[in-house]
Design a protein around this ligand. Structure first.
Ligand SMILES: Nc1ncnc2c1ncn2[C@@H]1O[C@H](COP(=O)(O)OP(=O)(O)O)[C@@H](O)[C@H]1O
Ligand SMILES: Nc1ccn([C@H]2C[C@H](O)[C@@H](COP(=O)(O)OP(=O)(O)O)O2)c(=O)n1
Length: 444
């Protein structure tokens, strides 16, 4: 029997019959599989005519989709831009599939992005490619059950099958009928060229890197009935004066990955400069951090973005009376968001000067931003030496040096104000001396 797989495809993309029927590759819905071949993404599109070479030399070969003798499943969540329900559905499915329970627990779950190749400035629809190495029919049943349990209408279900000549076909099934399924279409799966930009780049400003208070606020406003803490954050934002302005004293931000020495440096600076020390997220919302860290990235990033605006009002006030040191600010929010959304290799990051690296026009600008960097080995030594429990993301950073490199590179590409790189590997006193020297040079 031929190996076969399932795909749940984005309803909005799958509801684009005209482009699918046409021959222009530019208007077809396209998909990117994350993590299938190391740091490379695998791109494919759909052809209803069935045209294409019998065996495609690049993709998608059965080895990528269908682990012989196993089966492969995939699913995408239909999404309106910035849709909180879609983001939460994606997160729920992710948690259920990676929960390690039942037949789905045996599967390898990869990321799947559905996007339109016409260069539309929208975020991709997110999904998963699920490879079941044992090819057990229970996996298919468990997936169907999982989808049907997520409320109406369940996402469409596609089925990949290998054709007689070794080519791949995808059948799209509607699961809306209780207990049954209805075939919506069948299309050939063919290789697609890598788009000029990673599929997540065009939508970054809408779903991850918010460039205005309003954009972040719109996201949390959708959450108030689901997450009570969202209302509390919005209330605090509401109390902040609009367009906080900096006072006459210098405002210096210290950025860097965890354990690069930010706390050590900022506390020393506070003492040396007789400064006020602030941090983002600020104390007033940090008790809700865990709640938002457990939410999908859309909501999580909106929380941190609003935290920056709350800190801005604290900076405005404090900088009328003394120098202000800030431990993390907007650059952290943006750099982590970019590195999380942009899968694959370093070259997938938006290039330097891309608008995503620009400072938000409505956010109080610091005078100087210093980026502490240490070698990965030294950073791990410090993490372990500190003996603190690591956050989920930090554990990922340790496991995934590529991700860490992307965070650091994103920091370095930030514009106006840019981050000034500081080697924070030397002894504490040495690092402090360098930092004080730079501050003096900049502020004199
Ligand atoms: N220059 C340094 N040399 C050696 N250890 C350092 C240095 N700076 C900080 N550390 C230690 O590294 C760990 C992480 O530093 P910390 O300031 O907490 O980093 P962050 O705030 O960036 O997470 C702490 O145990 C700290 O004492
Ligand atoms: N201003 C900020 C501060 C942190 N974040 C996010 C980015 C990462 O997901 C985490 C990093 O915070 P973490 O707790 O690991 O860092 P520190 O302990 O403060 O060094 O928080 C943010 O988005 N914006």
């Amino acid at each position: 029997m031929l190996p076969r797989g399932l795909a749940l495809l984005p309803r909005s993309l799958s509801a684009m019959p005209a482009p699918l029927m046409g021959s222009s590759a530019h208007t077809r819905p396209c998909f990117a599989v994350e993590g299938a071949g190391g740091s490379e993404l695998v791109y494919f599109t759909l052809s209803r005519s069935g045209e294409g070479p019998a065996r495609d030399p690049c993709c998608p070969q059965p080895s990528c989709f269908l682990p012989a003798p196993g089966r492969c499943y995939s699913l995408c969540v239909p999404a309106a831009p910035c849709s909180v329900p879609a983001a939460r559905l994606h997160r729920r499915l992710q948690q259920r599939m990676s929960g390690g329970q039942g037949p789905l627990g045996r599967c390898r779950v990869l990321g799947l992005l559905g996007y339109s190749a016409d260069g539309a400035q929208t975020a991709p629809e997110k999904g998963f490619l699920i490879q079941d190495p044992q090819g057990s029919p229970e996996t298919e049943r468990a997936l169907e059950e999982l989808l049907r349990s997520q409320g109406e209408p369940p996402p469409a279900l596609g089925v990949y099958e290998e054709g007689e000549r070794g080519e791949l076909w995808q059948s799209l099934w509607d699961l809306r009928r209780a207990g049954g399924r209805e075939l919506l279409r069948r299309a050939r799966v063919v290789a697609a060229e890598a788009p000029p930009l990673h599929p997540a780049v065009p939508g970054l400003r809408h779903v991850a890197v918010f460039h205005s208070l309003e954009a972040a606020r719109r996201v949390l406003e959708q959450c108030t009935s689901l997450i009570p803490e969202a209302k509390a954050v919005l209330d605090l934002v509401h109390k902040c004066p609009k367009h906080s302005k900096k006072g006459d004293f210098p405002v210096i931000v210290i950025e860097g990955l965890d354990a690069t020495g930010k706390t050590t440096v900022t506390q020393s600076l506070k003492a040396s400069l007789n400064a006020v020390l602030l941090r983002s997220p600020p104390a007033s919302i940090s008790q809700w951090r865990k709640t938002f860290d457990d939410e999908p990235t859309l909501i999580r990033r909106a929380f941190y973005a609003l935290g920056n605006y709350i800190v801005a009002s604290e900076i405005a006030k404090a900088s009328t009376e003394s120098p202000v040191i800030v431990d993390r600010y907007w650059h952290s929010t943006a750099a982590y968001a970019i590195a999380t959304e942009i899968s694959g290799k370093m070259q997938n990051l938006p290039s330097a000067h891309h608008e995503v690296y620009h400072w938000p026009e409505d956010l109080l600008k610091p005078d100087l931003v210093l980026l502490l960097t240490v070698s990965p080995e030294e950073r791990i030594r410090r993490l372990h030496g500190r003996g603190l429990e690591k956050t989920e993301e930090e554990t990922e950073l340790e496991a995934n040096s590529l991700f860490r490199q992307k965070v650091e590179e994103s920091y370095k590409r930030m514009d106006n104000p840019g981050c000034q790189d500081i080697d924070a590997s030397p002894a504490r006193e040495e690092v402090l001396k360098t930092v004080l020297h730079l501050i003096k040079k900049h502020c004199d």
